[in-house]
Ligand binder design. Structure first.
Ligand code: FAD
Length: 454
């Protein structure tokens, strides 16, 4: 191993905490600086989301530090989407092949589990209530405000990882350097978290092993199960317009709206008005930037360099995959941090851009298309193709969620497959039409062409 560097990780969220465990495994000494108090001893007010969907890329990273089985014990598998129509009718669509699932986990629970793992390790030290205000890239000085003592402090680590999320102060310092590219775009939608509590006997009031969606055209609500029997619902809603956060001004507006569009859910939400008017409205941002590093001193990771909207359930998974990729590169590390950082950002940037675009595209699918009978038929036909040609066709959702294929490959292949589906669906009115010889022939021709493009 090369000389031990004195490493600071800014931000002890999901990505920063996991990264510390990976680096400590390689013998590095890590100090984490987190602006918030220790969530293991003080309850925090509303974070980014209460629960998250964890999928294959995330599991792979957790496996690498031996925590997969512990997290599985408190994770709830969701095998498919359960769509709720306005009249309460349910339609189910599996996410993948039999047994494949995404998993609902508690954000705080996972974060605390990662923190607890570092407890016996003298090489990992958490510093809470320490907010980074600025970074001097020339001298490596990090300026912090200690919220506990209300004093300012300066540290000077040799290496700085910026894992401080979408509104990163470390990135802020990089933004002031020459030729730094930065792009942020907000959706005209916000989100609000609401609750369906557990049943009296502690059970779940909706199907437990599904991600529930109430698709309503240009807005939607989703619900993910929690281990205590409750569901956390998230309403994704325009800020402005006839049906929007701005249009709902009081309890009556709220109740009338929910009774009209989410009648089966409202019956299960006793605290709707209180939660709706007290919980914050979150914004939805995509952040792209480049480069992600500065000389051999600073590397951004996770949301700090690629925040995405939540509609593919991949933000954390992508951040965890950053760590898997970086860790693999460390296997053949020659001690040159600058070279390592450059290689890492070059490799990851196209994939980060791809998942950012896929996430925005999936919003349209979730809020709108999943309610469409023709879309559901198309999905069934696609499953048939994938069953018939497992080596030649993986549905886009599966590539993103149940594989470690690069996101950029998934996006490109998904586009090609989408074109083929468009041609095939012209000949299909019912699922039985799939077996028609003209459909089979067209499919074979298209698959030959697709292979040629590889
Ligand atoms: P963060 O989780 O933002 O952590 C950053 C940490 O840095 C925080 O602890 C923060 O307090 C700290 N910090 C910030 N600034 C400073 C500072 N100046 N000084 C010191 N510390 C600082 N992803 C999924 O994979 N699946 C999902 O289902 C999913 N659902 C989501 C739902 C919603 C509504 C949202 C908003 C996001 C969702 N995501 C999901 C995305 C996921 O939350 C993020 O991708 C993930 O949290 C990124 O982790 P991170 O550690 O990079 O950043």
């Amino acid at each position: 191993m090369t000389e031990k560097k004195n490493i600071a990780i800014i931000g002890a969220g999901l990505v920063g905490s996991l990264l510390s465990l990976y680096l400590a495994k390689r013998g590095y000494k890590i100090d984490l600086y987190e602006r918030r108090p220790d969530m293991r001893v003080s309850t925090l007010d509303g974070g980014r989301s209460i629960n998250l969907a964890l999928s294959d890329r995330g599991w792979r990273a957790l496996r690498g530090i031996g925590i997969e089985e512990d997290v599985r014990k408190v994770a709830i598998p969701m095998y498919g989407r359960m769509m709720h129509s306005e009249n309460g009718q349910l339609t189910y669509q599996p996410y993948g092949k039999e047994g494949q699932a995404i998993y609902s986990v508690s954000r705080a629970g996972l974060n605390m589990a990662l923190m607890n793992l570092s407890e016996p390790n003298p090489d990992i030290n958490y510093h809470f209530n320490m907010q980074v205000q600025d970074v001097n890239l020339r001298t490596n000085e990090v300026y912090l405000h200690n919220h506990h003592s209300d004093t300012d402090e300066v540290i000077q680590p040799e290496l700085i990882f910026g894992a401080d999320g979408a509104f990163s102060m470390v990135r802020n310092a990089l933004q002031k350097t020459e030729r730094f590219n930065y792009q942020q775009s907000y959706l005209e939608y916000g989100y609000k978290e609401l609750t369906i509590p557990a049943a009296e006997d502690g059970g779940w009031l909706l199907e437990k092993n599904a991600l529930h969606i109430w698709p309503r055209g240009n807005y939607m609500m989703i619900a993910l199960p929690n281990i205590d029997g409750s569901f956390t619902c998230t309403l994704f809603f325009p800020y402005e317009g006839e049906r929007s956060f701005a249009a709902i001004k009081n309890d009556t507006d709220l109740l009338n709206f929910f009774l009209e569009v989410f009648p089966d859910a409202v019956a299960l939400m006793p605290d709707l008005a209180q939660e709706y008017f007290c919980n914050p409205t979150g914004s939805l941002v995509t952040i792209k930037c480049f480069p992600w590093s500065y000389e051999d001193k600073v590397l951004l990771i996770g949301d700090a360099c690629h925040a995405v909207v939540p509609f593919y359930g991949q933000g954390m998974n992508a951040g965890f995959e950053d760590i898997t990729v970086l860790d693999k590169m460390l296997d053949s590390f020659d001690g040159n941090w600058e070279k390592l950082f450059k290689e890492f950002e070059r490799k990851r940037k196209p994939d980060a851009d791809a998942i950012a675009d896929l996430a925005v595209m999936n919003f349209i699918e979730m809020r709108d298309a999943v309610a469409d009978a023709r879309f559901l038929l198309r999905k069934k036909v696609e499953s048939k193709i994938s069953e018939q040609y497992p080596d030649k066709w993986l549905p886009l959702y599966g590539m993103v969620t149940f594989s470690d294929l690069p996101y950029s490959y998934a996006l490109e292949t998904g586009r090609q497959q989408d074109k083929i589906m468009g041609k095939i669906m012209k000949h299909i009115d019912t699922l039985e039409d799939y077996n028609k010889s003209e459909v089979q022939q067209l499919l074979e021709e298209q698959l030959v062409q697709k292979e040629k493009l590889k």
